[in-house]
Design a protein around this ligand. Structure first.
Ligand code: SAH
Length: 360
C-alpha cells in the first residue's frame, strides 16, 4: 500500500544578531562558554566596521565565528529596490527572510542624513488616509530587523564617507504596538558602542496608544516624541483615526500632559492637512485652543496622495492661512518639507505598489 506523508518544510529562522543589546550579547557569550568581552569586539564589527559576514570578524576565533553563524543571522534584509530622488532622498524596499517587504527612507537635510524606519509589516491602526494600513498587520519586526535598516543605509552612506545623523520612527507600522522591540532598537542604535546616534537625534511617533505613552514617559530617555493628532476635536479625529474610539482625545491630552510634566520635554504634534476635512481656519483656531498651555510644536503635513484613499490636497494659500492662524495664537508651527515626491516616498506607498503588483 502506498502511503503519502505530508511534510511541511518549516524554514528554520535564526534570530538577527542586531536584536541583541550589548549586555544580552555578553550573557549569550557567557552561556556559550565564551568571554564576555568578545561582545565589545562583535559590536565593533557590527556597528563601527559594519561587516556583512561573521567570517570577516577576523579577531574572533574560528570556533566563535562558527557558533555565531550557527545561532544568528547577519544579513536579514535583501535590497529589492533602491530609488534615488532628484532631491537626494533614497527609498529602499527591503525583503525580509519570510518574503515580506518593508520600506526605509533616507532623507537629506541641511543638518544631516535622517533615516525613517519601519517597525511592523503593515499596521492595524486603520487611519483612513494612510497607505501602510491597507493590508492590515502581517507581523511585528524584531528589534534587529529595525536596527538592520539603519545599518544597511549606513553601509550605503559609507561609500561616500557620510553618516546617518538622525533616525525617525515614522515608517510603516505603529511603533507603540511593537513597544518592546522598538525600545530595544532605540537602545542599540543609541549605544556608544552601537551606532551611537544621540537620543536627541531620534524621534518616535505614535498614533496615540495612551497606556504606552505613560510607559514611554517613565522610560527616562531624551528621545524626541511626536503624536499624530490630525484633528482638533473628537468628531473629526474619530473620522480620520479610528484609534480615537479606543483612546479618546481627552485621554490622549491627559497622557500628553503627563509626558510633558514627567520629562520636561516638549511634544511634536503631526497634523495632516486633508483638503476640505480639517484644514479650515476654524480648525486652526480650535487646534490652538486645544493646545493652549501645552509645551509643543505642530508639524503641518500636506496630505500625501494615496490612490486608494480619496483625500485631496489643501491649496497652498490655505496651508499658509492655517499656519498663520496657529502662529497668531502663539503656537509653534512649521510646514513639513516634502522629500522624494517623485519616488513614492510617503509611508507605505512603495510597498503598497509592490503588493499590488504581486497580486495582479
Ligand atoms: N504609526 C505612527 C508612525 C507613523 S509616522 C503614527 O501614526 O504616528 C507617519 C506620519 O505620517 C503619521 O503622522 C501619519 O499619520 C502620517 N501620514 C500617513 N499617511 C499620510 C498621508 N497620506 N498624508 C499625510 N500624512 C500621512
Amino acid at each position: 500500500m502506498e502511503t503519502t506523508t505530508n511534510v511541511t518544510t518549516k524554514v528554520e529562522t535564526k534570530p538577527s544578531i542586531y536584536s541583541l543589546q550589548l549586555e544580552e550579547l555578553k550573557n549569550w557569550l557567557k552561556e556559550n562558554d565564551e568571554k564576555a568581552f568578545r561582545a565589545e569586539q562583535i559590536f565593533d564589527w557590527l556597528y563601527k566596521k559594519r561587516v556583512t559576514s561573521f567570517e570577516d570578524m577576523s579577531n574572533l576565533a574560528k570556533g566563535l565565528r562558527e557558533k555565531l553563524q550557527a545561532h544568528f543571522t547577519l544579513t536579514t534584509l535583501k535590497t529589492i529596490i533602491q530609488q534615488t530622488s532628484s532631491d537626494g532622498t533614497i527609498k529602499f524596499l527591503f525583503e525580509l527572510h519570510d518574503g515580506y517587504s518593508i520600506e526605509t527612507v533616507l532623507m537629506r537635510h541641511d543638518y544631516g542624513n535622517s533615516v525613517c524606519v519601519t517597525t511592523q509589516v503593515g499596521c492595524r491602526i486603520g487611519c483612513t488616509f494612510c497607505a501602510s494600513t491597507l493590508g492590515g498587520l502581517k507581523r511585528h519586526l524584531e528589534a534587529g530587523e529595525i536596527v538592520a535598516q539603519v545599518v544597511n543605509v549606513q553601509q550605503v552612506l559609507d561609500e561616500t564617507d557620510e553618516r546617518v545623523s538622525s533616525v525617525v520612527i515614522m515608517g510603516i507600522g505603529e511603533p507603540f504596538d511593537n513597544y518592546d522591540n522598538m525600545l530595544s532598537f532605540l537602545k542599540i542604535i543609541n549605544h556608544d558602542q552601537g551606532l551611537n546616534i544621540g537620543a536627541r537625534h531620534i524621534t518616535v511617533s505614535t498614533s496615540g496608544i495612551v497606556p504606552k505613552i505613560y510607559q514611554f514617559a517613565d522610560e527616562d530617555t531624551q528621545i524626541n516624541f511626536a503624536i499624530s493628532l490630525h484633528a482638533p476635536n473628537t468628531e473629526l479625529r474619530t473620522r480620520l483615526m479610528p484609534i480615537n474610539k479606543a483612546y479618546s482625545l481627552p485621554e490622549l491630552m491627559k497622557a500628553v500632559r503627563y509626558y510633558i510634566n514627567k520629562t520636561g520635554r516638549r511634544i511634536s504634534f503631526e497634523y495632516g492637512l486633508f483638503g476640505g476635512v480639517n484644514d479650515q481656519v476654524e480648525h486652526a483656531e480650535e487646534l490652538a485652543k486645544l493646545l493652549k498651555g501645552i509645551k509643543c510644536h505642530v508639524n503641518l503635513i500636506p496630505v500625501n496622495y494615496v490612490p486608494e484613499r480619496d483625500y485631496v490636497r489643501t491649496p497652498r494659500d490655505q496651508i499658509f492661512a492655517f499656519e498663520k492662524t496657529l502662529k497668531d495664537h502663539g503656537v509653534n508651527v512649521t510646514i513639513r518639507r516634502e522629500h522624494g515626491h517623485d519616488i513614492d516616498a510617503a509611508c507605505g506607498q512603495l510597498r503598497a505598489k509592490e503588493r499590488q503588483e504581486e497580486t495582479r
